[in-house]
Design a protein around this ligand. Structure first.
Ligand SMILES: Cc1ncc(COP(=O)(O)O)c(C=O)c1O
Length: 438
């Protein structure tokens, strides 16, 4: 591939001409799949808008559960209203005692940790590998006495769940995969979500498979599956009575649940969106491959490292790591500069949970004992890997990868332009210092 050519050196944030043409636009997200409107209208007319409605034809929720189980290759799928609820019931299904400790990566969306607290447990933050953004056996704290691990597949990179599971199993810990950002990713042919004991997905608006809000747990564990059903439907599980008017859910509980049920509209929409997922993942992957080649010629930038065992990508977000950071500039500046060049939103990764304003359990009096334990456990911990990525990466949403390959040329040109300007900026800084010294 030819090296990236710069058309104009002056940055758009400094009043220069942006790389992206004003009429070019970017793919919108979400994109309704073929058949999405018909699927929604059919629920509207069906008289069955919820899992708890009296029987009248097939429940979309059960259809989606079967289809998503088949898609991931899991034996069971239990849909939920959100990805966070999927995590809550997955954790509850383990039957841990109140206040048990759960290892959670410091670099993830807050729900990976708040779900632990909602399940009556205490998250213990652990660092991530700065090359992949995911936890590894080396970053786990094996001495704190945790009983479970949440392995998040971060942005577009998969955690090595088989390796984590080996280490965890030796200490009696269960691994829950948080695959909220990884629908369709595969590790040695196996789908994200099916490598740990339980796998949790989010179908929130920004995700690659979405119904606005939604979630699911997948598992191969025949004993956990009915427990998960109860935990998400106020202690009820699927029954067998298919007569018109009969209820889908029966009251024969073994445990107490909450209402985390997915609505029929969401389930029907997800069935339609699932039909488009593989094609969209293929487009995103082809574009990512092209971008990787283009960026390889630009010094000081890299993409996340992908483990060779990960044989299929799913891009939720694409972090571009500035390594080293341009002198005198930070990644907030770089994200703004790139956004101006590309006429789209470019952002920085989330603040690590260790200093995130979104993870402050002590603000909730109902979980005070868990919060006190959380605070005490986090006094002397550090997260250099998470901090490194939070300060060095700029991030693009997966929708930017759904257009033609030429969009990647624009992204690479914008990156090259911003890096070239940073080089000149560093020279000016050095020159300024020399002037002062003289
Ligand atoms: C890694 C991760 N875990 C959990 C969640 C929570 O999912 P939801 O927003 O559907 O509750 C998200 C959503 O952003 C996520 O990215």
């Amino acid at each position: 591939m030819a090296p990236v050519q710069l058309r104009t050196p002056r940055l758009a944030i400094d009043g220069g001409l942006p790389v992206r043409r004003p009429d070019a636009g970017w793919p919108v997200w979400p994109q309704p799949a073929d058949g999405a409107d018909a699927a929604l209208l059919s629920v509207l007319a069906s008289g069955r808008w919820a899992i708890s409605s009296p029987g009248r034809g097939e429940l979309a929720e059960r259809r989606f559960a079967a289809r998503f189980a088949q898609y991931t290759g899991a034996r069971h799928c239990v849909p939920t209203d959100h990805g966070s609820s999927a995590l809550v019931i997955a954790l509850e299904s383990l039957g841990l005692r109140s206040g048990a400790l759960v290892l959670v990566p410091a670099l993830t969306w807050t729900a990976s940790a708040t779900a632990v607290l909602r399940a009556g447990l205490v998250p213990v933050l652990v660092d991530v590998d700065p090359w992949t953004g995911c936890i590894t056996p080396d970053t786990l704290d094996l001495n704190v006495g945790a009983q479970a691990v949440i392995a998040v597949h971060w942005a577009c990179s998969m955690a090595d769940v088989p390796a984590l599971s080996r280490v965890a199993a030796a200490r009696g810990m269960s691994v829950i995969e948080d695959a909220a950002q990884a629908h369709g990713a595969r590790w040695q042919g196996r789908s994200a979500g099916t490598l740990g004991r339980l796998g949790c997905f989010s179908m929130q608006h920004g995700k690659v498979l979405t119904s606005g809000e939604g979630g699911a747990v997948v598992t191969d564990d025949d004993d956990l599956a009915p427990v998960l059903q109860e935990l998400r439907a106020d202690s009820r599980r699927y029954g067998t009575d298919r007569r018109p008017g009969a209820l889908e859910l029966v009251e024969d509980p073994s445990t107490m649940g909450s209402n985390f049920c997915m609505s029929e509209f969401s389930a029907a929409l997800l069935c339609a969106q699932l039909d488009a997922l593989e094609r969209q993942n293929a487009v995103r992957t082809a574009n990512y491959t092209r971008l990787a080649e283009l960026l390889s010629g630009i010094p000081g930038v890299r993409l996340l490292r992908r483990r060779p065992e990960q044989d299929r990508l799913s891009l939720y977000e694409v972090p571009i790591v500035l390594d080293p950071l341009p002198e005198g500039r930070d990644n907030t500046w770089a994200a703004r500069a790139l956004g101006a060049e590309l006429r789209t939103h470019v952002y920085t990764p989330r603040t690590p949970l260790s200093r995130s304003a979104l993870l402050r359990p002590w603000t909730k009096p109902t979980i005070a004992p868990l919060a006190e334990r959380f605070v005490a456990l986090h006094r002397d911990r550090s997260y250099p890997g998470a901090e490194y990525l939070a300060r060095h990466a700029v991030v693009l949403h997966h929708s930017a990868f759904l257009g033609p390959g030429t969009d990647m040329d624009d992204i690479a040109e914008a990156v090259a332009k911003v890096m070239a300007d940073s080089g000149r900026h560093a020279d000016r800084l050095r020159h300024g210092v020399e002037m002062k010294v003289n």
